[in-house]
Ligand binder design. Structure first.
Ligand code: ADP
Ligand code: MG
Length: 340
């Protein structure tokens, strides 16, 4: 740039010198014959190229600024003239195209997720609605006067309604947790006592499936954590219910373990049930995901439990993990803030 300006100035000086010689001395010398057209040519070339370059830079600057302003996070709209301008713009365009491609990929993925989610939701709602419709139609078509089925069908319809309500409540919890709207009420509480309450409440259900729910050892002293006890109770019951639902047909054992790790208490829920295939592990926290759709439907799950657990633990600032081996068993683990 500086070189071009210097050339421009030198050209202008020589041109003026040649013209002035001609006019002042009124004669034509070899200098004016040869140099005048040469200097005039070079000067006009430098002049024109300078203005063309300025014009191109102005246009490129416009394109550059448009690209930069399209980049959401870009504040700097200044061109760096110390580097090769076209190279700089070329790099920016390549970066921009790369960003756009990545964004399109993310949007496509989200679109697939949305489509799958709506499909799952429609499917999950359809099942209890069709069941209720069937019971009501049978009752209307004379079943109401049949004492063998009238009460039974109403009870079945009521159970299907309960299932739908539970699912809508779960979805509502997930969307509130996802949008950060659900407020946590965190306090100090004894997580051993909380786990014991849940074990007690699930005793009947566990017995039906021949599953034993227990601690890995005797916890004499309370283990105090700082968290939302209602939400943690929801997490532990979901995990324990899963360990019952996905136990082996002959039954099994589920252990709750607590580990003191620096600032946290690590909680593990470990079963010796059917286990999860490695390929399915990355998907089990997704909404509506079930490894074995038929089995889960039979046990009443709609594939939302683990998604809720994951969101609750995330809302506490932690992540939930899982280790599982098919045919051997599954362990879910998550930390909570230790008190003291
Ligand atoms: N303890 C477990 N053992 C084996 N598989 C499990 C266990 N917990 C969860 N899963 C698998 O993960 C899936 C998702 O679990 P969840 O979100 O609780 O949904 P649901 O229990 O309603 O099917 C289950 O359908 C099951 O296939
Ligand atoms: Mg479940």
């Amino acid at each position: 740039m500086a070189l071009k300006c210097a050339m421009l100035v030198a050209g202008a000086v020589l041109l003026i010198g040649a013209i002035s010689e001609y006019f002042v001395y009124g004669k034509t010398t070899w200098f004016s014959i040869l140099l005048f057209p040469a200097v005039a040519g070079i000067s006009s070339f430098v002049f024109v190229s300078f203005f063309i370059q300025q014009f191109i830079i102005a246009k490129i600057r416009l394109i550059y600024k448009t690209i930069r302003s399209l980049k959401k996070d870009s504040q700097d709209l200044n061109l760096n003239f110390s580097r090769d301008l076209l190279k700089e713009v070329n790099r920016e365009v390549i970066d921009w195209a790369d960003d756009q491609r990545k964004e399109i990929e993310v949007l496509k993925e989200k679109e697939n997720f949305r489509r799958e989610f709506i499909g799952n939701l429609a499917h999950e709602i359809k099942t209890p609605i069709f069941a209720i419709q069937g019971y009501i139609l049978t009752l209307l078509e004379g079943g109401m006067n049949d004492p063998r089925i009238n009460k039974k069908f109403l009870e079945k319809a009521s159970r299907s309604t309960d299932r739908m309500v539970a699912m809508i409540e779960d979805l509502d919890s997930i969307s509130q947790l996802e949008s950060g709207k659900l407020k946590l009420y965190q306090e100090e509480f004894d997580v051993v006592a909380l786990a014991q309450d849940i074990i007690d409440s699930l005793e009947m259900r566990a017995k039906e499936h021949n599953v034993t729910l227990k601690f890995n050892k005797k916890y004499d002293k309370p283990i105090l954590v700082h968290a939302d006890p209602n939400r943690i109770s929801q997490v532990l019951s979901n995990l324990l219910v899963n360990s019952i639902n996905y136990a082996k047909p002959e039954g099994g054992e589920t252990e709750i373990r607590f580990f003191d790790i620096d600032e946290d208490i690590l909680i593990e829920v470990a079963d010796n049930g059917i286990g999860i295939d490695q390929k399915d592990i990355p998907r089990i926290f997704e909404r509506f995901f079930r490894v074995d759709k038929h089995r889960s439907r039979h046990t009443g799950g709609s594939g939302l439990g683990l998604s809720i657990c994951k969101h609750i633990i995330n809302a506490h600032g932690y992540t939930m993990d899982v280790r599982s081996t098919k045919g051997i068993g599954t362990t879910f683990l998550f930390p909570l803030k230790k008190v003291g």
